[in-house]
Design a protein around this ligand. Structure first.
Ligand code: PLP
Length: 299
């Protein structure tokens, strides 16, 4: 493996030059370049993962690596997750970047080949990279005020269960939310909520049941969603994995989203209507605390 470049030039975006991982080497972020023929660039032919780091430790690491393995298998991208030694790579990135709190992004594309809709011949090496982003996750002001959400038609492709880098529609919807002065979009098929642009959507009914969309091709099987369902079961909360409508969510006692970087984040308004009393829900905040406690506690 190549040694990390010591000077590495200027920081690309922040104030420090990060060390990133690219195809077996650790390099300064400015030295990490990929081919213009990479299929990730031309066809969005790539899968990814985002894991959170709290107190230098990766949350739900094995579940993220397992989902990465599944996404690769569904896309028939030949990358052996177990043989690559991701545990060491991620630990090295945390150490070299002095990452205490933030996220790690992993991306694997089908590799570089002359442009053709057909996949390249077997043996084309995938392009594999990972990098860290330092940011505050636990102390997030949005947890105190709650998110305001609007709904928009879900116009993504039909295999939303695979975590591919086709994120243009999600990106456009986040821009639409920003233009509307709200925090994010929940995507809907008709009046049925699928999920958020980059989170799973959940509500707490007036009976105190946690409702979230059932798994299938229509949503990403969120790692945080799964951990939270386990926490809810342990806390004696009834969990219903099923469809729910915009009206049901607006009339719910509480609403929230789950994702690796937001953990459990309260939703206080949907399409201009307050959820509950319009403040972050008590159950939601208890679940957020329980999730963070579990993430920080001994594993
Ligand atoms: N749904 C979508 C569309 C996402 O992009 C994400 C995360 O990026 C999630 C749900 C939440 O998944 P996780 O909890 O694994 O971060």
């Amino acid at each position: 493996m190549a040694a990390a470049s010591q000077d590495g030039g200027k920081p690309l975006w922040g104030s420090i030059v990060r060390t990133v991982y690219l195809n077996g080497s650790y390099v300064a972020e400015g030295d990490a370049t990929v081919s213009i023929f990479d299929r990730g660039l031309m066809f969005a032919d790539a899968v990814y993962e985002v894991c959170s780091v709290l107190d230098r430790r990766i949350i739900d690491k094995q579940a993220h690596l397992a989902r990465l393995e599944r996404s690769l298998a569904e896309m028939a991208i030949a990358h052996d997750v177990a043989a690559t030694g991701w545990d060491d790579i991620l630990a090295t990135l945390i150490e070299r970047n002095h990452l205490i709190e933030g996220t790690i992004y992993i991306q694997i594309s089908r590799g570089a080949a002359d442009r053709d809709f057909l996949f390249p011949a077997p043996g084309t090496p995938p392009t594999v990279f990972a990098f860290t982003q330092a940011r505050s996750l636990v102390a997030n002001p949005m947890a105190d005020r709650g998110m305001r959400i609007i709904t928009r038609p879900d116009r993504r492709w039909g295999r939303r269960d695979i975590k591919t880098v086709q994120l243009l529609y999600a990106s456009m919807m986040k821009m639409e939310a920003k233009a509307a002065g709200v925090d994010d979009v929940w995507l809907v098929d008709g009046d049925v909520i699928t999920e958020g642009t980059s989170q799973n959507a959940c509500i707490i009914t007036r009976q105190g049941h946690l409702v979230t969309r059932d798994l299938g091709h229509h949503i990403l099987p969120g790692v945080t969603r799964l951990s939270l369902i386990e926490i809810a079961h342990k806390s004696g909360i009834t969990v219903e994995e099923r469809r729910f409508t915009i009206a049901e969510a607006q009339g719910a006692a509480e609403a929230f989203v789950t994702s690796a970087s937001l953990f459990v984040m309260p939703v206080v308004e949907i399409d201009g209507l307050k959820v509950g009393d319009g403040l972050p829900g008590i159950e939601t905040m208890a679940l957020r605390s329980a999730y963070i406690e579990q993430a920080c506690g001994p594993k």
